[in-house]
Ligand binder design. Structure first.
Ligand code: IVH
Length: 664
């Protein structure tokens, strides 16, 4: 084997590994930039040495998100990708080639490159027919039911001047504030955190339960209409699409020449951090669609467009130490303490290492010089080690095998990457975090008590669990550092008031692993009392809608522990709510004489609840649509035949919100 062949095989192997880390594990170990540089090098070698062609080379595939649980649909126009550029010089070359080939002067449209999941929507007669993921570019998954839950996507277009049938493409994204809130909820429920908004958006699109997708509050931006007549500019066609109801980025700019494009890109390189959505670059498109046609496509991408990728900001600094933090659920997370270094406008002192596997993969040693990056992720992470600067006697970083806080041995559960300390009743950070969770705003909302006071109370051995909070006396509280009579009064009053906090929130506050706010609400509603919940078997629990094996198992385990039962008994004795108060049934005759059909899935109520509401207000719930139907109460994912029928007969469709207003 000659040196060239060896080089080619080596690069293929390396790139395949990186692909796997990126797409399957979501744990890339090199930057996109480094990956693209290696891919380019391989492309060049393969081009110059065609005798080594291999259809399975990483240069030959576009990646696929095909999932067998969804119906496969062929794209009418293949979903191509964009060629990437990393320097202003490459943009100048792109411009020079276009100007040489084009028959007339033209402008550019310069757009943000949204970092999400691409989607193709098909509209017929102004109605959304199908939503298909990119898949392998030729065919993708039909995710229509899920896409219909995205509020910013029009199901019915406005106006009348849209083509009878057309396709529009865009990017499904998860806004950054939604992503942060989702991760906070997962943290509260003791679930593994999502790594970045892009993977979360594409993962959400593939969920089997579209009601759950609706809760993910996804968003979408549109940027391309393949196959439409080239009578106009691209920018102008998007403005028209905006009038039909599509969300188009307000930051798209027409630029007369490439210098103006470059200036605009420089502006967004730093400005993008102020947006509520992740972007990984900009896209530069020839605006005239006539000239676009002249320039045409290669097999993989349009010649009239190019992506400019922002460099993920990177810095090199020294690893000072690794600490192991223990969370409320006992999960042990390694954190790298770094020599402070400035990166993307902030000073970075710490970086997450996620779990033991990552430490091994990086082959991290004491005092290593490490590269930190702030990519789509919020917390900086270590992407690589500069091995050339390692001291010869540096020792490898080992994951601890006993809890750094209480000394209990750590265990790893099947299928999980994290190590856990199981000594939940004796491990100080677990005890304190459980109390902090309990007093939190979304749980018992104890005014005046915060993490600092909990720390003091713990150190003075006044509290060891949440029930102890209700035994605190005024003199104990008032004697604490920086606490006075007034603060002590406030805390006691707030603890007293927490006796009226509804059962669902009390259940959430207990901090049972995997029982987040939503599942606590469902369980409180379905089970009614803590007694019933405590007596339920795993099989019974999983019959409750949206309660899976993992949550059920955790609940059963929680109630098997007599220490937990003891805490609940003490809280009960203090008067906390452990039953769902029967909702005062409000009745009226507001729907009297009306026959109402329910169709689809709803955000705030189950269908049974809506049925009950209709009856309480004097209406009648009927199952099929006829001339005598007063209105259809419609949610997401209504059946197409029902929609067709209401249109035919002219029955009005009322949303969940409108319905609630009607009976208010
Ligand atoms: S245009 C034929 N415009 O980037 C041209 N793509 O790396 C179709 N993307 O697959 C793409 N923002 O998922 C275009 N403003 C934008 C974009 C954009 C994000 C994504 C898209 C595409 C990928 C290519």
């Amino acid at each position: 084997m000659d040196a060239t062949e060896q080089k080619i095989l080596g690069l293929r192997k390396e790139l395949n590994e990186h692909n796997y880390r990126y797409y399957v594990l979501s744990e890339p170990s090199i930057s996109d930039y480094e990956f693209d540089m290696k891919l380019r090098e391989l492309e060049r070698l393969e081009r110059e040495n065609p005798q080594y062609f291999d259809p399975n080379s990483p240069t030959q595939r576009v990646g696929s998100d095909v999932n067998r649980d969804f119906e496969q649909v062929r794209h009418r126009y293949p979903m191509l990708s964009l060629s990437n550029s990393y320097s202003e010089q490459e943009l100048v070359e792109f411009d020079a080639r276009n100007r040489r080939l084009a028959s007339a002067p033209f402008e550019y449209a310069c757009e943000l490159k949204f970092d999400g999941a691409s989607i193709s929507l098909v509209y017929e007669n102004g109605q959304l027919q199908r939503a298909i993921t990119r898949g392998d570019g030729e065919q993708g998954d039909d995710v229509t039911a899920n896409v219909r839950t995205i509020r910013s996507i029009p199901l019915q277009l406005s106006g009348t001047d849209y083509p009878a049938e057309f396709e529009i493409r865009g990017e499904i994204v998860m806004p950054l504030d939604v992503f942060d809130a989702l991760n906070r909820q997962r943290e509260d429920a003791g679930e593994a955190l999502f790594s970045n908004p892009r993977n979360t958006a594409s993962g959400s699109l593939k969920m089997q339960n579209s009601a759950e997708v609706a809760r993910r509050r996804l968003d979408a931006y549109f940027y391309y209409m393949p196959g439409t007549q080239p009578d106009d500019g691209h920018y102008e066609s998007l403005q028209i699409a905006a009038k039909w109801g599509f969300k188009i980025s307000e930051h798209t700019k027409k630029c007369a020449d490439i210098q103006e494009v470059i200036d605009y890109i420089r502006f967004w390189d730093s400005e993008r951090f102020k947006l509520n959505v992740a972007t990984d670059g900009m896209v530069v498109k020839v605006n005239s669609r006539r000239i676009q046609q002249e320039l045409g496509f290669t097999a993989k991408s349009p010649r009239w467009a190019i992506a400019y990728k922002f460099k993920a900001e990177q810095a090199c600094t020294r690893l000072l130490s690794v600490s192991f933090q223990v969370g409320r659920t006992g999960a042990v997370t390694p954190v790298a303490n770094l020599e402070p270094v400035s990166l993307a406008g902030t000073v970075v002192k710490r970086a997450t290492l996620h779990n033991a596997d990552i430490i091994d993969r990086l082959d991290l040693h004491e005092s290593d010089m490490v590269f930190v990056e702030k990519g789509g992720e919020i917390i900086p992470k270590i992407t690589a080690v500069d091995v050339s600067q390692r001291r010869h006697d540096a020792r490898k970083i080992e994951f601890v095998n006993v809890c750094p806080e209480c000394g209990a041995p750590l265990t790893r559960r099947d299928g999980e990457a994290a190590y856990y300390c199981l000594n939940d009743a004796g491990c100080p950070p677990q005890i304190k975090e459980k109390i902090n969770h309990f007093i939190g705003r979304r749980a018992m909302n104890i005014d005046g008590l915060g993490a600092e006071t909990v720390e003091l109370l713990y150190r003075q051995q006044l509290v060891r669990n949440v029930a102890d909070l209700y035994e605190l006396t005024h003199s104990q509280l008032a004697a604490l550092d920086r606490m006075g009579d007034r603060s002590a009064d406030r805390i006691l009053a707030s603890l007293d008031a927490s006796r009226t906090v509804p059962f669902a929130r009390v259940l959430f506050a207990l901090g049972i692993r995997y029982v987040g706010e939503t599942s606590a609400k469902i369980l409180a509603r379905e089970m009614g009392t803590i007694q019933r919940l405590a007596n339920a078997t795993q099989a019974e629990l999983t019959t409750v809608n949206e309660i899976g094996d993992r949550i059920a198992e955790s609940i059963v385990g929680y109630f098997r522990d007599s220490r937990n039962l003891d805490i609940i008994e003490r809280l009960k004795a203090k008067g906390l709510q452990f039953e769902t108060a029967a909702a005062p049934v409000s009745t009226s005759a507001k729907l009297s004489g009306k026959s109402i059909v329910i169709s689809g899935t709803f955000i705030n109520h189950s269908r049974d609840e809506l049925k009950a509401l209709i009856e309480q207000h004097g209406g009648k719930n009927v199952s099929s649509i006829s001339k005598s139907t007063s209105f259809l109460l419609g949610g997401d994912n209504m059946g197409p035949s029902k929609l067709e029928k209401v249109k035919q007969i002219g029955v009005p469709v009322i949303s969940e919100d409108e319905f609630m207003q009607m009976i208010e």
